[in-house]
Design a protein around this ligand. Structure first.
Ligand SMILES: Cc1cc2nc3c(=O)[nH]c(=O)nc-3n(C[C@H](O)[C@H](O)[C@H](O)COP(=O)(O)O)c2cc1C
Length: 477
C-alpha cells in the first residue's frame, strides 16, 4: 500500500515527454491553468483588522565569526539570549525582502533565502511567552515592513520559538501538487540561513521537525489546509512554547487560494501529536579553507546564480569544505556529480566517499538533460544530489527528507558564496535519477555550484531592498 506522500511523490514526478507544467493524467490532480498571472497569489499573508504592530530594529547586530566556521560548527561565539535586535536580524536574514524587481503587473519581492521559482511559500511567526526578552505574544513576521504583528496572546511557558509555515497554493500556483515538495525544500533552505544566523550570534537554536501539528497550527492561526506548520525552532534550553493561550487571528493567505487535496492528504498523513527529538546538528569539523565574510554579509551577497562559467572549475578544497559542512548531521544520502574540480576525476561520487567515483566520465550533457535542459546543471563545476528511497519513508520521514535536502541546498549556497563561488537550487526529471546515480533511489533536490559569470546585486538592508534587473538563465540552447 502506497502512503499519501508516496502517492504525491509519484504523481508529481517529472518524466521525459511531458512538460513540467503539464499535469499528470490522474483524477486526483487538480485541473487548472497554472502560472496564470491573473491569479498570482499574494506574496505574503494579510490581516485585514488593525492589530498591534512592533516595528523591528533596522540596524542588524553584527557578528564576527566567518560563515564557514559557523557552518562547520567551529565558530567560538559567546552564548547570548534572544532579544529584539537579535530576533530582527534572524527574521530578516531568513525571510526579509532583500531585493525587488519591477514587472509589468507589479513588484516582485525576493526574500533573503532562495525559493524554487521565486514563489516564497513560507510564513514566519514568533511565539514569545511571558518572561523572555521578546515582546510577549504570538506574532506574524511582516517581511516587507520588517515588523511584528501580534496575532495572539502570549503562549504557555517554554522557550521563545519561531514557527515556519507553508502555503501550498503560493507555490502550487506554478508547480501544482509538486509544490508540496517545494514547501519543504524551501523550508530547509530558509532554515539553513535562520540557523546560521542564530549560531553566528551565539543563540541556542534547536530545530524540531516533529511537533504536535494541530497545536502549532492553532498557535499561529493557520487553517491546516491552505497553511500548515513545516518546522519549529526553539531559542534556549526549554522545550518550544507551542501551547496557545487563546485563538490566534487567522489572517488570509490569498484572495482565492486553491486547495490541492493530494497535498492536504500528504500533510495530514504525517501529522504528529507530540514534540519529537531535536534535529541532529552533527559534529563540528575542521574546514580545509575559510572565507572572511560573516553570515549577514554572505546572506545579502547570495542569490541564485543564473549563469555559471563552464570554462572554469573550482578547487578540491572548496568542494571538500562545502560538502563536509553542508552535510553535517544529514542522514539522507547525497551524491556529487563532478564536472570540473581540481584533483577529482569527472563523474558521480556517493558521499562522503570522494576516493572513487561510482560512475566515471564527463556528464555535463546528461546533467543538462536530467535537469530539463537548464544550462546551470551543465555549466556548474559540481552538482550535489540529495536522494532517498521514498518507498521506505513514512509520511513524516518524507517531509523530513525533503527538508534535509533543502537544508543542504541552503548551506551549500552560503558556503559557495562565502568561498567565492556561486550556487543555485535545481529541479530534475525524477525518472532519470536512478540511472544517473547508479542506485534505485528517488531524487530529492539538486544544487549546482560553480564559477559565477556575473556578480549579483547585493541585497539591501531592512526597508531598503535593492531593485534588480533579472538575469535569464541559459535554457534549451
Ligand atoms: C529548492 C530550490 C529549487 C530551485 N530550482 C531551480 C531550478 O530548477 N532552476 C533555476 O534556474 N533556479 C532554481 N532555483 C533558484 C530560484 O529560482 C531562486 O531561488 C529564486 O528565483 C529566488 O532568487 P534568489 O535565490 O536569487 O534570491 C531553486 C531554488 C530553490 C531554493
Amino acid at each position: 500500500m502506497e502512503t499519501a506522500t508516496q502517492t504525491l511523490h509519484r504523481l508529481t514526478s517529472y518524466v521525459p515527454g511531458r512538460d513540467w507544467d503539464e499535469p499528470a493524467d490522474d483524477p486526483r490532480i487538480v485541473q487548472f491553468t497554472s502560472n496564470d498571472i491573473e491569479r498570482l497569489p499574494w506574496f505574503y499573508k494579510r490581516y485585514s483588522e488593525a492589530l498591534p504592530r512592533i516595528a523591528l530594529p533596522r540596524e542588524l547586530p553584527r557578528t564576527t565569526a566567518s560563515t564557514v566556521a559557523v557552518l562547520a560548527g567551529t565558530a567560538a561565539v559567546e552564548p547570548r539570549e534572544l532579544d529584539l535586535p537579535g530576533l530582527a536580524r534572524l527574521l530578516y536574514l531568513a525571510a526579509g525582502v532583500v531585493r525587488t524587481t519591477t514587472r509589468p503587473y507589479g513588484t516582485w519581492l525576493f526574500r533573503a533565502a532562495g525559493s524554487a521559482g521565486a514563489r516564497f511559500p513560507l510564513e514566519l511567526y514568533v511565539a514569545a511567552p511571558e518572561g523572555s526578552r521578546l515582546p510577549a505574544g504570538v506574532h506574524w513576521y511582516d517581511p516587507q515592513e520588517h515588523a511584528l504583528v501580534q496575532i495572539g496572546p502570549p503562549p504557555g511557558g517554554g522557550a521563545a520559538t519561531v514557527v515556519a509555515t507553508g502555503v501550498p497554493w503560493r507555490t502550487g500556483w506554478r508547480y501544482r501538487e509538486r509544490g508540496y515538495r517545494h514547501v519543504y525544500w524551501d523550508a530547509g533552505t530558509m532554515l539553513s540561513q535562520l540557523l546560521a544566523a542564530a549560531d553566528s550570534a551565539g543563540l541556542n537554536a534547536t530545530l524540531y521537525t516533529r511537533f504536535p501539528d494541530a497545536a502549532v497550527t492553532a498557535l499561529v492561526g493557520a487553517d491546516g489546509v491552505h497553511e500548515w506548520p513545516a518546522a519549529v525552532v526553539a531559542f534556549g534550553s526549554a522545550d518550544p512554547a507551542l501551547e496557545a493561550a487563546d485563538a490566534a487571528r487567522p489572517g488570509e493567505v490569498d484572495a482565492a487560494p486553491l486547495e490541492f487535496p493530494l497535498a492536504t492528504a500528504a500533510q495530514r498523513a504525517g501529522d504528529d501529536g507530540v514534540l519529537g527529538p531535536p534535529w541532529e546538528r552533527g559534529a563540528p569539523l575542521d574546514p580545509l579553507i575559510d572565507g572572511a565574510e560573516q553570515v549577514e554579509a554572505v546572506v545579502l551577497a547570495r542569490s541564485s546564480q543564473r549563469r555559471m562559467d563552464p570554462t572554469r572549475g573550482l578547487s578540491g578544497e572548496l568542494l571538500r569544505t562545502a560538502l563536509a559542512a553542508a552535510l553535517r548531521g544529514i542522514g539522507v544520502p547525497h551524491f556529487v556529480v563532478v564536472h570540473d574540480v581540481d584533483g577529482l576525476a569527472a563523474g558521480v561520487y556517493r558521499l562522503p566517499n570522494l576516493a572513487e567515483p561510482v560512475r566515471a566520465g564527463a556528464l555535463r550533457d546528461e546533467l543538462y538533460r536530467v535537469c530539463l535542459d537548464q544550462g546551470l546543471a551543465h555549466d556548474a563545476a559540481f552538482v550535489v544530489i540529495g536522494a532517498a528511497d521514498v518507498g521506505a519513508l513514512d509520511d513524516r520521514e518524507y517531509r523530513e527528507a525533503q527538508l534535509a535536502a533543502g537544508l543542504v541546498e541552503g548551506r551549500l549556497h552560503l558556503l559557495a558564496y562565502a568561498l567565492g563561488a556561486s550556487a543555485s537550487g535545481m529541479t530534475f526529471l525524477d525518472s532519470e535519477v536512478p540511472a544517473l546515480i547508479g542506485e534505485p533511489l528517488n531524487g530529492l533536490l539538486f544544487s549546482c555550484v560553480g564559477v559565477p559569470e556575473y556578480a549579483s546585486a547585493r541585497g539591501g538592508l531592512p526597508g531598503v531592498p535593492t531593485e534588480i534587473r533579472t538575469v535569464t538563465p541559459r535554457v534549451g540552447e
